[in-house]
Design a protein around this ligand. Structure first.
Ligand SMILES: *[C@@H]1O[C@H](CO)[C@@H](O)[C@H](O)[C@H]1NC(C)=O
Ligand SMILES: *[C@@H]1O[C@H](CO)[C@@H](O)[C@H](O)[C@H]1NC(C)=O
Ligand SMILES: *[C@@H]1O[C@H](CO)[C@@H](O)[C@H](O)[C@H]1NC(C)=O
Ligand SMILES: *[C@@H]1O[C@H](CO)[C@@H](O)[C@H](O)[C@H]1NC(C)=O
Ligand SMILES: *[C@@H]1O[C@H](CO)[C@@H](O)[C@H](O)[C@H]1NC(C)=O
Ligand SMILES: *[C@@H]1O[C@H](CO)[C@@H](O)[C@H](O)[C@H]1NC(C)=O
Ligand SMILES: *[C@@H]1O[C@H](CO)[C@@H](O)[C@H](O)[C@H]1NC(C)=O
Length: 483
């Protein structure tokens, strides 16, 4: 369970899904964090921030001392960083090749692909998706963009000769498979035009077809590609949260299918189905979208909780507008309304020292009056929100200029202009908070979860497990800023 809900979460919502959420959190990052460090980069290099560390010494963005920060040439510094990250990527890749080639992920300390025990996320991932080269699939577009073409070729050969998604004979998560397999391969196709990737992406999509056959129209959460059996979330074990589906699962598959359909002129039905599902769930209370929706009978609200960790949903609303060259204005309107509802529910707030952060909100479904309970933490993956708001702000500005003489439904121009400014500022503030969460930790790395309360201010003195830094996120985050 995320956020500060350990105390207030109802029992049924906490047990079975915690590892699943960690799991989905992982996917969320894969899909979304690519923007974050780009933003951090952009903002920080623009305003030429020179941090003061505790001793009042000037430090650079890596936290090391600089001789003369004033004369620093940011182009040179950025080139150095790019090279540094490119080197790190190669090092990580080489270790993967040496110890875990063809497996999903490797355990760094154990230098193998086994987790420490069953509660280990890595072990869980290998179990859930199978040993099907996830790291390779996931890394290819990055290797290509960084210019590591030999490594890219080696990975490509593996995909060509070994990847057979329909041969996976264990239950895999549908949303993960769409974002990680279809998404990654379509990225490679977009970058290189190599039709092998398009064919592999289609094989994955075809293997996943049974997952879209539910009577409610909601995609199933799990599928066994080989045996074609499907299941909803919560039917996996006895400690069930019911047959519910997470908002980001519903929203997180759309961009991949839109692009696949655009390229192949197939899968139009899937695209329509996913659009309909998103349209029908709607915001349920005061404009807020729920974290979970019940699959039966049809998209009833399942939890009185709203969280921005459902990033695929909110971010995709903006991305969909961009992906469709600005034709999907509904999507941008939906984004605006969702953000306004979040603002109204005070999801964006300030800590006692004035750091802006994003918190989760929980409310009673059975009560007529609104009583909100808030979490007191943020997770490192929620740091994408800064990037999302920056992109949202820019996109709203673009749209406003494009339609300079039109009034926009119920949101007037003045309100939209105010939003553009507000979201731009929020983006900067939130990114600064995430930066603080990094530099305030002893290791200089952002903890998985950090708190805002009487004890902590963007640090973590409470939750020992979530004090960990999940390295993977950063590597993925850093990749885009340097390519
Ligand atoms: C990257 O690696 C190359 C080759 O090992 C090395 O010469 C270079 O100094 C490294 N660059 C950085 C910024 O770490
Ligand atoms: C599994 O590993 C975690 C992390 O090392 C540890 O905290 C936990 O106690 C272990 N659980 C069991 C049942 O061994
Ligand atoms: C299919 O999977 C089985 C194990 O589940 C494996 O032994 C076999 O080599 C795989 N075949 C292909 C073509 O990947
Ligand atoms: C992939 O696996 C499926 C299911 O096991 C099998 O029918 C198919 O022939 C395999 N394809 C290739 C190219 O090996
Ligand atoms: C968006 O515009 C680009 C450039 O004009 C065009 O190539 C592409 O097909 C358009 N995409 C869609 C989804 O309409
Ligand atoms: C908006 O209206 C002004 C004044 O009537 C006109 O000059 C301009 O071309 C219009 N812009 C667009 C995008 O239609
Ligand atoms: C949290 O960070 C602040 C600012 O760096 C520091 O003053 C405080 O001691 C930290 N709290 C804990 C509990 O580590």
């Amino acid at each position: 369970m995320k956020g500060g809900y350990e105390e207030i979460a109802p029992k049924e919502a906490s047990s079975s899904s915690s590892i699943g959420r960690t799991f989905l959190t992982y996917a969320l990052n894969v899909a979304l964090v690519l923007f974050l460090f780009g933003l951090v980069w952009f903002i920080l290099s623009r305003v030429k921030v020179e941090n003061q560390n505790g001793n009042g010494q000037k430090t650079n963005l890596h936290g090391s001392e600089l001789e003369n920060p004033i004369e620093l040439d940011y182009n040179t510094l950025n080139a150095h960083r790019r090279q540094f990250i490119s080197n790190m990527t190669l090092e990580a890749w080489n270790a993967y090749v040496k110890y875990a080639w063809g497996k999903n992920e490797m355990h760094i300390l154990h230098q193998n692909t086994k987790g420490i025990n069953d509660t280990d996320v890595l072990d869980y991932l290998n179990k859930m998706i199978g040993q099907s080269g996830l790291t390779i699939v996931d890394s290819l577009s990055t290797l290509w963009m960084m210019g590591h073409h030999d490594q890219y070729q080696r990975g490509r050969e593996w995909v060509k000769t070994h990847l057979n998604f329909s041969n996976i004979s264990r239950s895999v998560n549908v949303f993960e498979s769409v974002t990680q397999y279809i998404g990654s391969m379509m990225s490679c196709y977009a970058l290189t035009g190599d039709v092998m990737f398009l064919e592999k992406a289609r094989q994955v999509a075809d293997s996943l077809e049974p997952a879209y056959s539910s009577s409610s129209g909601f995609p199933f959460s799990y599928i066994n590609p080989k045996w074609k059996s499907v299941d909803h979330w919560g039917n996996q074990d006895s400690s069930t949260v019911g047959s519910s589906v997470m908002l980001e699962e519903l929203a997180g598959q759309q961009l991949e299918y839109e692009y696949l359909a655009y390229v192949t002129k197939l899968y139009g039905e899937r695209v329509q189905q996913l659009r309909d599902v998103l349209k029908n769930i709607g915001p349920k209370r005061n404009g807020l979208y729920a974290h979970y929706y019940e699959v039966f009978p049809n998209g009833e609200l399942d939890s009185g909780a709203t969280t921005l960790s459902d990033g695929a949903f909110y971010f995709n609303l903006v991305k969909s507008y961009i992906q469709t060259n600005g034709t999907n204005t509904d999507s941008l309107r939906q984004f605006q309304r969702a953000m306004m509802a979040l603002e109204k529910a005070k999801v964006f707030t300030k800590s006692r020292s004035g750091l802006t952060y994003v918190r989760d909100v929980r409310y009673s479904l059975n009560s007529n009056f609104d009583h909100y309970e808030y979490g007191d933490s943020m997770t490192s993956d929620t740091c994408y929100v800064g990037a999302m708001l920056a992109l949202g702000s820019e996109t709203l500005l673009m749209e406003l200029n494009r339609n300079e003489n039109e009034t926009v439904e119920d949101i007037d121009r003045q309100e939209q202009m105010d939003q553009i400014v507000r979201y731009g500022n929020l983006a900067k503030e939130l990114t600064e908070t995430c930066h603080q969460a990094s530099v305030r930790s002893r290791a200089g790395l952002i903890p998985f979860e950090f708190y805002f309360n009487e004890r902590d201010d963007a640090n973590n003195s409470r939750n020992v497990f979530h004090r960990n830094h999940i390295f993977r996120y950063d590597v993925k985050m850093m990749i885009i800023c340097c390519t």
